[in-house]
Design a protein around this ligand. Structure first.
Ligand code: SF4
Ligand code: SF4
Length: 316
């Protein structure tokens, strides 16, 4: 496992980052002890970097796993808060839930924001800066699917870390394609930002091209780490092998499938449109009888499911 410093920060992360969205209630919702076991096994195998978010509701998995581990655990979290107090609450919640004195990296959670995000959420950003000055956060930044936001982040001195969506097929990238995102990533790296990649497998959609898809992101010159969600031991073992440069047998790769899919239970849909506003990739629209999904656009983030007041969106 390789390690590198995230840009100009002093934070050294493993090349494989364990993305915690899929184990939590927005997706697989695996039992606490199973999730904690996976995290512990990842830690024992050299993974020191874990990406989570207030919205993922996965802090407890990390807290449980960290109880029996004495080494360093780098945690990145994020909040959708727009104002000072909202962000302050998010930081306190993370500190309390993770039972830590500081959070290594705290980001503006801004999947589908525009490049005005730094103005629109300036109070939340100010809060992150204050908490960094006070030592409760080591580095601050932004997570985004948008090329324009990555470009804008490269110009903002206070931003330490950028977490952009990038994958081989460009699936889920907003305001541009793969080449534009790579250019924006380069600008961030040139201005000293640490970078780790989001959705290298497009939420599982690229699992049939696993090794190519991961190689593509690993080979981006400026990428310090690649976040990958894992919900069972087989997935963890495969990713550990890949990031330790071991060859995965064709037999193992052949049996990998993405079984996840968003289902809309349309009879209960009241066409309120809340899910449409939440979807970061414009994969949902109003149809005649209910909301309908374009599976070619869906990146299986699971954000739409918890916002539906009728409980009619499920990832199965
Ligand atoms: S439809 Fe749901 S799971 Fe798919 S990209 Fe949109 S919010 Fe994410
Ligand atoms: S949030 Fe639920 S009820 Fe509202 S439009 Fe979406 S699927 Fe239908």
């Amino acid at each position: 496992m390789e390690y590198s410093k995230l840009g100009n920060t002093e934070i050294k992360v493993s090349e494989l980052c364990f993305g915690l969205l899929p184990i939590g209630p927005l997706q697989a919702n695996i039992p606490l002890n199973e999730g904690a076991y996976l995290i512990t096994k990842a830690l024992e195998n050299g993974v020191n970097f874990f990406d989570t978010a207030e919205a993922y509701k996965t802090y407890e998995y990390i807290t449980t796993a960290s109880k029996g581990f004495s080494g360093e655990i780098i945690v990145a979290s994020k909040s959708k808060a727009s104002d000072y107090h909202g962000m302050e609450n998010s930081i306190h919640d993370a500190l309390d839930s993770l039972q830590r004195d500081y959070i290594d990296i705290f980001l503006l959670h801004a999947a589908r924001a525009t490049d005005k995000v730094f103005e629109e959420r300036q109070d939340a950003l100010r809060c992150l800066l204050n908490y960094k000055e006070k030592g409760f956060v080591r580095a601050i930044g932004i997570s985004t699917h948008s090329v324009k936001v990555v470009e804008k982040a490269s110009e903002i001195n206070e931003i330490d870390v950028v977490y952009p969506l990038i994958n081989l097929k460009g699936r889920g990238i907003l305001d541009g394609g793969v080449n534009e995102m790579l250019e924006a990533i380069k600008k961030c790296a040139t201005s000293g930002k640490g970078l780790y990649a989001m959705k290298a497998l497009a939420g599982g959609n690229l699992v049939n091209e696993l090794t190519e898809a991961i190689s593509f992101v690993r080979n981006i010159e400026y990428m310090n780490s690649v976040s990958i969600g894992m919900i069972n031991e087989q997935e963890l073992d495969i990713n550990l092998s890949i990031f330790n440069n071991q060859v995965i047998s064709k037999e193992v790769l052949k049996n990998l499938t993405n079984s996840k899919k968003i289902h809309i239970f349309w009879r209960h849909c009241i066409k309120c449109g809340i899910c449409i506003k939440t979807c970061p990739n414009n994969a949902l629209e109003l149809g005649t009888k209910s909301v309908v999904i374009d599976h070619n656009k869906c990146i299986l983030c699971g954000y739409c499911s918890p916002v539906c007041p009728q409980f009619c969106i499920r990832m199965l």
